[in-house]
Design a protein around this ligand. Structure first.
Ligand code: BGC
Length: 362
């Protein structure tokens, strides 16, 4: 295995080969490190974060994200473990939307609906990757050009995603995109977290906080109905931290439709655009994850579709609800819902989105 050390003073970025695509293209793995001892592995296939080591309250470092050991396992079928999602995070109803009078047809890869960019979304393409050390920390810059018409979307889209691991144990993710025709864009990151370090064990004991007074009820295909519903007095209230498992089995129509939590929460506006959206705390290890973003929504998915069949990195298998996702995003199905904030991108404009995951202990 090749190892290249990138020029840097304190935070060397290791570049190795993670695997080979069926056509022979080599997939790189970038290991970002910081002064505290944290490490993040990012591969340029799907921009996937395959590993993130974080200390518990005693200083023991463990991996806190679900994923696989080999590229083959990702190619065999992954529920978007750790991946970049595009062009559209979450669902578009019936795989159709209209823009300027023209109707676009997308893959219906989730029942009747379109999910996470289609058959071959940004999670399944090989990005160009360049490692850099900046003042902020160890960085990998991923770029990808999605051709006009790819997966049915209009416009050639040039995308850049920059991951930076800071010395404050933050993983800062900056998304940028430009298009040559009007189009829709909604990018996110699909990491499944398990802060216990026991990656194949359920996460029901993690306490979640969501900075949201309302959430979006869904229909049977998990498409928002268009209603913004108050969380107060419902199992969807995470305004005070609460274990995932506390009410997940409550008799509630929305929990039945999602098979647990699989909804978009409408984030409260902070003092500034970039604000705390969510946190997750694992009491036993003390690990705390905080999520900051400038996006209007967050999809809290409690790993309901994991079913104990996929091989875990720790040798077990990923049990139902052994990871949770906190995906910052615009609302699902926005191209078809006139009352939702717009996801339209015009030529000459810059799509720009930022999310920061921060790990500490408490
Ligand atoms: C969606 C789930 C979906 C999962 C795929 C989440 O973002 O909300 O419904 O099953 O991604 O792993």
């Amino acid at each position: 295995m090749e190892t290249v050390k990138t020029e840097s003073n304190q935070n060397p970025i290791e570049e190795t080969i993670f695997g080979e695509m069926p056509d022979g293209t080599k997939v790189k793995k970038f290991t970002l490190k910081n002064e505290a001892g944290m490490e993040v592995d990012i591969i340029n296939y799907g921009g996937i974060m395959t590993r993130w080591t974080a200390p518990d309250k005693k200083g023991n470092y463990e991996d806190v994200v679900l994923g696989f050991d080999s590229l083959e396992q990702y190619l065999d079928g992954s529920p978007y473990f750790g991946a970049l999602i595009g062009r559209y995070g979450n669902r578009i109803a019936n795989g159709k939307f209209s823009l300027d009078g023209e109707t676009y047809t997308l893959a219906t890869n989730d029942g009747d609906n379109h999910l996470h960019g289609g058959e071959k979304g940004f999670d399944k393409v090989v990005w160009d990757g360049v490692a850099k050390t900046t003042e902020e920390g160890a960085t990998v810059e991923l770029t990808y050009t999605s051709e006009d018409g790819e997966e049915g979307y209009p416009g050639k889209l040039d995308v850049k995603v920059t991951y930076t691991l800071t010395n404050n144990n933050e993983l800062d993710i900056q998304y940028e995109a430009v298009t040559d025709k009007p189009t829709v864009v909604n990018l996110t990151q699909h990491s499944y977290f398990n802060l216990s370090g026991q990656l194949s064990e359920p996460v029901l004991d993690h306490e979640i906080y969501l900075n949201a007074d309302t959430y979006m009820p869904v229909d049977g295909g998990l498409i928002p109905t268009g209603e913004f519903r108050e969380v107060a007095g419902t199992p969807f209230n995470f305004k005070e931290p609460k274990p995932i498992g506390e009410e997940i089995e409550a008799a509630n129509e929305q929990l039945s439709l999602g098979g647990g939590y699989d909804h978009c929460w409408v984030l409260n506006e902070g003092e500034k655009d970039f604000r705390l959206a969510a946190s997750a705390h694992h009491g036993e290890t003390g690990r705390l994850l905080e999520v900051y973003t400038n996006e209007p929504g967050i999809q809290f998915y409690s790993g309901n579709f994991l079913d104990g069949t996929l091989p875990a990195k720790d040798g077990g298998t990923y049990a139902k609800r052994s990871g949770f996702c906190l995906e910052t995003q615009h609302y699902p199905d926005s191209p078809n819902q006139a009352d939702f904030p717009s996801v339209r991108l015009n030529p000459g404009e810059m799509y720009s989105s930022r999310t920061m995951y921060k790990l500490s202990t408490k």
